[in-house]
Write a protein that binds this ligand. Structure first.
Ligand SMILES: [Zn+2]
Length: 238
């Protein structure tokens, strides 16, 4: 318990970091507007980067505050990688995939997008892991209270499609919401499950994955993470 950070110290450090913004250093490409706000990191890209790098220094020093003392594991995994699974999950900050599966370096490949939505880069990455690294398992992991699925529900209910590339996420999740039934009071949790199943089926039909899936060399499975208990439950895909 002695390693729990002192909140007051953290606030002082934040104030110091925020002060860096007016110290004459040129703002880098991470200097950003409102979209870059982050509660945990102090609200600015600069502070977020400082937090991130501080975390890396804690890791390298072998004195992590979050219990991930894996320095030796990182060194051990620094040669060729031989991961045994690839997990596709959501970007949700409450669902850190290596942590929730208690995996060390080199064990699993991780891909995260909002609502684990697929695109060509995601599919190509999975094809690489399966085809080139010989990984036998692909897991699609959804989670309760997924904001991306919630955004799709909201968009369909309001009839207002978001702009930008967020529209792509909503468009890709929308069929699961429609399947679940927009009028169903449980549409959000139901759509989360249907969206996992749809994603699994799409991957099973992928050009380069269908063959290995058909022969049984590769399995594509779906799971659901419970935010409250930390448990991952496999979904019935039949
Ligand atoms: Zn999510």
């Amino acid at each position: 318990m002695a390693n729990i950070p002192d909140p007051a110290r953290r606030r002082r450090r934040r104030a110091k970091l925020n002060g860096m913004g007016s110290s004459g250093a040129a703002p880098g490409p991470l200097a950003g507007g409102p979209a870059a706000q982050g509660r945990q990191a102090g609200g600015t890209p600069r502070a977020a980067l400082a937090e991130l790098l501080a975390g890396n220094r804690r890791f390298v020093s072998g004195q992590p505050v979050h219990g991930h003392d894996v320095t030796a594991a990182a060194a051990a995994a620094s040669g060729d990688q031989q991961p045994y699974a690839v997990v596709l999950g959501c970007i949700d900050s409450r669902v850190p995939l290596e942590a929730i599966f208690d995996q060390t370096f080199g064990a699993i490949c991780v891909i995260r997008t909002g609502g684990h939505v697929l695109d060509r880069a995601v599919c190509g990455s999975i094809e690489y892991v399966v085809g080139q690294l010989g990984v036998p398992l692909v897991m699609v992991l959804g989670h309760e209270r997924c904001g991306a699925v919630g955004a799709a529900v909201d968009a369909l209910r309001s009839g207002e499609r978001p702009g930008g590339s967020l529209a792509h996420l909503v468009d890709e999740i929308a069929p699961a919401v429609t399947e679940a039934g927009l009028d169903d009071p449980a549409v959000h949790p139901l759509a989360i499950r249907r969206h996992v199943r749809r994603t699994v089926r799409t991957l099973r039909d992928d050009d380069l994955l269908a063959g290995p899936v058909a022969t049984g060399r590769v399995a594509v499975v779906g799971g659901l993470y419970d935010l409250a208990t930390g448990e991952v439950a496999l979904l019935d895909l039949a």
